[in-house]
Design a protein around this ligand. Structure first.
Ligand SMILES: *Cc1c(COP(=O)(O)O)cnc(C)c1O
Length: 357
């Protein structure tokens, strides 16, 4: 079919984001929380929603939400920007600080949407690599940064899909050499031992993004945010669509904060399950497991090959366990990524894996 108007040539070349959803008993493929949010939270949220004047636009500045998130980190709401998922935060950062004639650098393998938003905003993508253990080598990174002078540098920490947690010292070293913004994606930050949020200051070009999707069990609601210098937040506010955050979303975010003890308990549970699954994987012949600071673990079939990885993915699926197939991705050939689920789901995965090998 010929369409009356083709998209921009750079958009025509892109392929969309695909994460196949297959209906199976054990779904460990998209890093969501395996647990529903507390019932008390849902009740509190709906009660407040009932009082909203639905005929009026919501608070454009999302003041209560931003103040609430800020308070969690002993900061003012002026250092918080919230949007419909961390993905919209990332896109807004690129619309504001990227674009034609500007460059953004990332370290592959990493979260694929970063490269996608770089491209759709017309920003020039600069790719650097990681070492064999998936860690970022500072000297190699500095060379690329000094040569390319990117306006934005992305570091995903913990990194998706590898689980790697870069030391905070590396973040500080990068801050000393970036010519523009350093954006640290902490979508899995709550599962890691420490956070780059502690490094955010008004006189530093550091932005840290987080999400309600993973630890707050709210992937369906779409809410993410960043902690950044006030001057950067003010620019992001100019670029994002007016009234982009619905009243329902703002209230969900505010009410969820009152259940942070429940959230922390869930994080603790998933972290201990992660360590248990990691130990089981290390005791399993035929796979390598990479240490992870997130709610997932990257594994590689041995000896590594894309075909062997794909066969393992299919064999797990045939046993009712869906994980994420990275077997044909550059830098992670033969790898699969398994989300940490409930203890029962994790057991089902280990049993299916051993039967498959
Ligand atoms: C899941 C994820 C996000 C964000 O998600 P939203 O659901 O849009 O908040 C951001 N970055 C990484 C690395 C992720 O894995």
């Amino acid at each position: 079919m010929t369409t009356p108007i083709p998209p921009r040539p750079d958009v025509a070349e892109l392929s969309g984001y695909h994460s196949p959803q297959i209906d199976v008993p054990v779904r460990l493929n998209t890093n969501e929380s395996p647990l529903a949010p507390p019932v008390e939270f849902v009740d509190a949220w709906l009660a407040r929603l009932r009082e909203v004047d639905l005929n009026r636009y919501p608070d454009r500045a999302a003041t209560e939400l931003r103040d609430g998130i800020g308070a969690m980190y002993q900061r003012l709401g002026a250092q918080i920007f919230a949007a419909n998922g961390a993905n919209e935060v990332l896109q807004t950062i690129l619309l504001t600080y990227g674009g034609h004639g500007r460059k953004a650098l990332l370290f592959e393998p990493t979260y694929a949407p970063h490269a996608h938003y770089i491209r759709i905003t017309g920003t020039t993508l600069v790719e650097a690599g990681r070492g064999s253990d998936f860690a970022i080598d500072f000297d190699a990174a500095r060379m690329v940064i000094e040569r390319e002078q990117p306006e934005i540098v992305f570091v995903c920490r913990p990194n998706n899909p590898t689980g790697t947690v870069e030391p905070l010292a590396l973040i500080e070293s990068l801050l000393a050499v970036v010519p523009g913004l350093l954006v640290v994606d902490e979508a899995y930050g709550e599962f890691a031992p420490d956070s780059a949020i502690d490094l955010v200051r008004n006189d530093r070009p550091l932005v840290v993004t987080r999400t309600y999707s993973k630890v707050w069990s709210l992937a369906a609601q779409r809410l993410g945010y960043c902690i950044a210098p006030e001057w950067a937040i003010a620019e992001l506010e100019k670029v994002v669509l007016p009234y982009h955050l619905s009243a329902a979303t703002q209230l969900a975010g505010v009410e969820a904060l009152r259940f942070s003890d429940a959230m922390r308990a869930r994080v603790g549970l998933l972290v201990s399950e992660r360590e248990r699954v990691f130990a089981e994987l290390q005791a399993t012949d035929g796979v390598t497991a990479y240490p992870s600071g997130a709610n997932f673990i990257l594994i590689r079939s041995e000896p590594p090959s894309p075909e062997r990885g794909r066969a393992l993915w299919q064999s797990l699926l045939a046993r009712g366990v869906l994980v994420r197939d990275f077997s044909h991705w550059p830098h992670v050939e033969g790898c699969l990524r398994v989300t940490i689920g409930t203890a029962d789901e994790n057991d089902a995965f280990i049993v299916a894996l051993r039967a498959s090998l």
